[in-house]
Design a protein around this ligand. Structure first.
Ligand code: TRP
Length: 377
């Protein structure tokens, strides 16, 4: 068999990802035939969310007006950037559909797997992630944001969450742990089990009161975490969980192609970047599908499928017609790379200008979502 020229694991993503191959390799199902409301969301409409496991449970719950949960976790590292918006938009979308939203701040995982202090994790989670979620439209109603290190002030709830983490241990194997982080250390094992409890605990009597469908939307690199949680929950007999559902979304490419990474500011636009920085980054770093000279470009046309500015617009431009015109004009050579970049810069800066105002008011509303009192004393 031909060797893949890409790598996708929870600890490493590189190369040209062949998503069809990933679907086969991981045993996922392509996402098709969704109810109409999903098509209003560009991530579903444009196949940015492209595969799933057991998602029918979620569409059925939605159609039958039955309760369901959307659960996700955030790794509090670096600046909140355009790539992080994919997940934030899904939270807000599911909340709009009536789902209960659970968001775990993975501060224990950051501590164990990355050597980050709880204080630092907390600060980044609040200032970067949670503030942006609120500014993007997350509502406090039907939304629980918690820290892995501090699940709840209610002892019955806190006990149930950490109890589940501990009981799941018996049902996991060494190799399953290895698949999640590539290597095993006690801290990483503990973090995998805690993440499994993140995904499953909403169904306990202490939380939603009964077993309910839960969807965990992730980038495909996080699938080993899901497989672990799904497999051990099946082996766990003392409580009957509804099997977890999951969806898989594409990565927004980094500006120069490759992965967008919090540790490389030239690969992303942060939601706090100012207009000048946005212009500079896009003009300097955005990989272009254009031809080397003006004559060649007019003659041969550009390649929107590899052009990062165009790819970003497919995540940001809501208007399908507008996007199609850009695609055709660029491909035919009528639109130049500089013009395409200018469209992206304007789109980003218009969005960011509004968003940054909303961020200011979001800061004042943090206490509607989390207890902002210092928890470590
Ligand atoms: N491991 C995830 C990451 O690296 C964070 C995470 C923790 C998570 N708990 C979760 C993700 C539960 C989804 C569901 O980003």
């Amino acid at each position: 068999m031909k060797k893949d020229n890409f790598t996708v694991t929870p600890w490493d993503v590189k190369g040209d990802i062949d998503y069809d191959k990933m679907i086969k390799k991981f045993g996922l199902t392509p996402l098709t035939n969704l109810p109409e409301v999903f098509m209003k969301n560009l991530l579903f409409r444009r196949n940015k969310i492209f595969a799933h496991r057991d998602f029918e449970r979620i569409t059925q719950a939605y159609l039958n007006k039955k309760p369901f949960v959307m659960m996700t976790g955030l790794m509090p590292s670096g600046n909140f950037h355009i790539g992080h918006m994919i997940l934030a938009k899904q939270m807000i979308f599911y909340q709009g559909l009536g789902a209960k939203i659970y968001i775990a701040v993975a501060d224990i995982e950051a501590y164990n797997a990355r050597g980050q202090s709880l204080e630092e994790g907390r600060k980044i989670a609040i200032e970067e992630y949670i503030t942006n979620y609120i500014a993007l439209g997350l509502k406090p109603k039907n939304c629980e944001i918690y820290f892995q290190s501090n699940r709840s002030q209610n002892p019955a709830k806190a006990n149930a969450y950490y109890r589940l983490q501990n009981l799941l241990a018996r049902h996991a194997t060494f190799n399953e742990f290895k698949a999640v982080y590539g290597e095993i250390s006690p801290g990483k094992m503990v973090s995998s089990l805690l993440q499994a409890s993140d995904m499953l605990h909403a169904q306990l009597p202490e939380f939603e009161g009964r077993a309910v469908p839960v969807v965990v939307p992730v980038g495909i690199d996080q699938d080993p975490h899901l497989r672990l949680a799904r497999d051990i929950s099946k082996r766990f007999k003392s409580y009957k969980f509804v099997q977890l559902s999951s969806t898989y979304h594409l990565f927004v490419p980094g500006l120069s192609g490759g992965k967008m990474s919090s540790s490389d500011p030239s690969s992303y636009i942060a939601l706090t970047d100012d207009p000048k920085t946005v212009k500079k980054k896009v003009n300097k770093y955005a990989f272009s599908g254009g031809q080397p000279t003006l004559e060649e470009h007019r003659h041969l046309g550009g390649n929107p499928d590899i052009d990062v500015s165009y790819q970003w617009l497919t995540f940001l431009e809501e208007d399908d017609e507008k996007l199609k015109t850009i695609y055709e004009d660029y491909k035919s050579g009528k639109m130049l790379s500089g013009e395409l970049k200018a469209i992206l810069i304007e789109k980003l800066n218009n969005f960011l200008q509004e968003h940054q105002k909303k961020r200011q008011s979001a800061k004042a509303r943090l206490d509607e979502f989390i207890s902002i009192k210092e928890p470590y004393n």
